[in-house]
Ligand binder design. Structure first.
Ligand code: ATP
Length: 319
């Protein structure tokens, strides 16, 4: 392998730039040429491709987002579209590609590998919803952002006997909700794993008010579970708290990556280049029990999602 490409795909995540930098620096330092593919698979099809040097990735380690841009291209599932993408890669002499993104991006990477272009996936998503890695690039930063918001909400809600109902991201993975709940001392956390029984949650809130005499409550709900605005109104109606909904939204995706994300992205970027140099494709990089590993994408996509029963139990014992 002499020339590799790198792209970011799907939702952006802090730390993607650190991964792009690591891939570029590790590869160029061993004499490879690196090409940036802009706007994910869309840019691959359109030939939006430019060489990256060690200087092109200077001063990006601390920047959120992705300098390469990201996009979604549902048509990439179509083999004819992928053939066009491969024509572009051939035009630039790109023999292998590092794909930074979520599980959808992994499917694209596997499909390309099956067509003869070795690809390695790196887990770039704030959701931490990839089973083959204990942590994804961007999760630590998003968690920091969420906890910072929770701390601020608690200040104001305790001054007004309020219940803050906060929706956090996670795309059906409860990690951002549960980890931020543990970190901010929330009263209740609701994820797809805990389930949502509205009347039971309202009962518990009444208990916090009447029995435990709390002057504020923080309820964290993972996205895609319920309408937090409507639920907050029910809190006002059926408990002694005044319910206020906050949807944290896209602020969770932004910001300078934490040192944890920068180091993780750097280690994973290094592993991606090493795997490509060994002629490996169709794998994704993960961290498992502190060790950076390569896992076949096929296997990764079929792994059951991580159970958080132990952390949920801990949460319940801390309330
Ligand atoms: P996030 O976790 O942020 O949503 P993601 O990588 O899962 O990231 P998707 O939109 O699911 O985001 O996928 C990104 C892109 O990967 C798609 O827009 C598409 O171009 C490509 N892709 C997804 N699924 C496939 C597939 N089955 N075959 C080929 N390409 C795919």
């Amino acid at each position: 392998v002499k020339r590799i490409g790198v792209l970011t795909s799907g939702g952006d995540a802090p730390g993607m730039n650190a991964a792009i930098r690591a891939v570029t620096r590790v590869a160029t330092n061993i004499g490879l040429e690196v090409y940036g593919i802009y706007d994910g698979y869309r840019g691959m099809v359109d030939g939006k491709i430019k060489q990256l040097t060690r200087e092109s990735v200077s001063d990006i380690l601390d920047r959120g987002g992705t300098i390469l841009g990201s996009a979604r291209l549902p048509e990439f599932k179509d083999i004819e579209v992928r053939k066009k993408a491969i024509e572009q890669l051939d035009k630039f002499g790109i023999e292998a590609v590092v794909v930074i993104g979520g599980d959808g991006s992994y499917r694209g990477a596997l499909a390309l590998t099956d067509m003869g272009v070795n690809c390695i996936g790196l887990p770039g998503t704030i959701d931490n919803d990839i089973a083959s890695t204990d942590e994804t690039i961007g999760f630590s930063t998003a968690l920091n952002t969420v906890v910072d918001a929770m701390d601020k909400l608690r200040d104001t809600s305790s001054s007004h006997h309020r219940c803050s109902v906060v929706e956090v991201m996670g795309n059906r993975c409860g990690d951002l909700a549960l980890f931020s709940g543990l970190s901010s001392g929330a009263e209740i956390v609701i994820t797809s794993e805990t389930g949502f029984d509205e009347s039971e949650v309202l009962d518990r809130l009444r208990e916090f008010d009447v029995v435990k005499k709390k002057n504020h409550a923080l309820v964290i709900i993972s996205e895609k579970i319920t309408d937090v605005e409507i639920f907050a109104r029910k809190v006002s109606q059926f408990t002694g708290f005044s319910g206020r909904a906050t949807i944290l939204g896209h602020v969770q995706r932004g910001g300078s990556p934490t040192p944890g994300d920068r180091v993780l992205a750097s280690r994973m970027g290094e592993k991606a280049v090493d795997l490509l140099m060994q002629g490996v494709g169709g794998q994704c990089v993960g961290i498992q029990r502190g060790e950076i590993v390569g896992v076949p994408i096929e296997e990764a996509l079929n792994m059951p999602s991580k159970s958080r029963k132990d952390l949920q139990n801990l949460f319940d014992r801390l309330v």
